[in-house]
Design a protein around this ligand. Structure first.
Ligand SMILES: C[S@@+](CC[C@H](N)C(=O)[O-])C[C@H]1O[C@@H](n2cnc3c(N)ncnc32)[C@H](O)[C@@H]1O
Length: 224
């Protein structure tokens, strides 16, 4: 597992990992407020149906509050950046998730440390922009999902070809990768998810005013 971690997410300096984790923790509030309506609707698909949830690239854990409801869920969050753990643990606590029901594992999405067909749902938000290999990640997502399980996603994608925003994204892309731990602005992730071999993909687009230059967003549910 360590080999795969180093292959797909070579160790960054400690100060950089801490810096990125604290920036994610403090700078995403306006974005999270704006996307909350979409997330409420999306994660409604999991309430009462998904008992075991895997979140890939969980970061500081902004989605954990959407999982808790009447029933107690078990959540595994994976992320290569160990400095995200304390923020994710705090978010789990704030969401009312018992500590025995939340596990943070340092790992990459290209090599998930879970058995085949072992989870009811996989969640990923703003992650396929950052993984080294999005195709491999989606094959792993399908592998660990139980038959009939769902992959719930929110991802930012490249703006339409030939537009000014797409030009700006092309210019800013190298800088974005440097300051935002490998995040790419120009991936066509909606197409990648649609082509990944799920039995059904419901995909929608959203334009969020708080997210420039990371827009538009695609969000939806893919079923195994
Ligand atoms: C932009 S942040 C999004 C975090 C969180 N999902 C959210 O919505 O705020 C991208 C996250 O993906 C993680 N990441 C980067 N490469 C990864 C990989 N290969 N596998 C899994 N997660 C990865 C980063 O450490 C970071 O926490």
């Amino acid at each position: 597992m360590k080999t795969m971690l180093n292959r797909f997410h070579p160790k960054r300096p400690d100060w950089y990992e801490e810096f990125f984790a604290s920036v994610m923790d403090t700078s995403m509030k306006a974005y999270e407020a704006e996307i909350s309506g979409y997330k409420l609707q999306l994660f409604g698909n999991l309430r009462g149906k998904a008992n075991k949830i895997l979140e890939i690239g969980i970061g500081t854990g902004p989605n954990l509050k959407y999982y808790t409801g009447d029933t107690t869920v078990n959540v595994i969050g994976i992320d290569p950046n160990r400095k995200m753990e304390k923020y994710a643990q705090a978010a789990a606590l704030a969401a009312g998730l018992p500590s025995t029901n939340f596990n943070f594992i340092q790992a990459v999405a290209e090599a998930l440390p879970l058995s085949d067909a072992s989870v009811d749902a996989v969640v990923g938000t703003l992650v396929l922009c950052s993984v080294e290999d999005a195709d491999m990640t989606l094959q792993e997502v399908k592998r660990v999902l139980k038959p009939g399980g769902v992959y719930v996603f929110v991802e930012h994608v490249a703006a339409k070809d030939g537009t000014f925003p797409r030009f700006v994204q092309g210019v800013l892309d190298p800088l974005q990768q440097t300051i935002a731990d490998g995040c790419h602005l120009t991936r066509e992730t909606g197409k990648t998810i649609s082509a990944a071999g799920f039995t059904r993909v419901d995909i929608n687009t959203a334009n969020l005013s708080s997210a420039s230059p990371i827009f538009p967003h695609v969000y939806g549910v893919a079923s195994k």
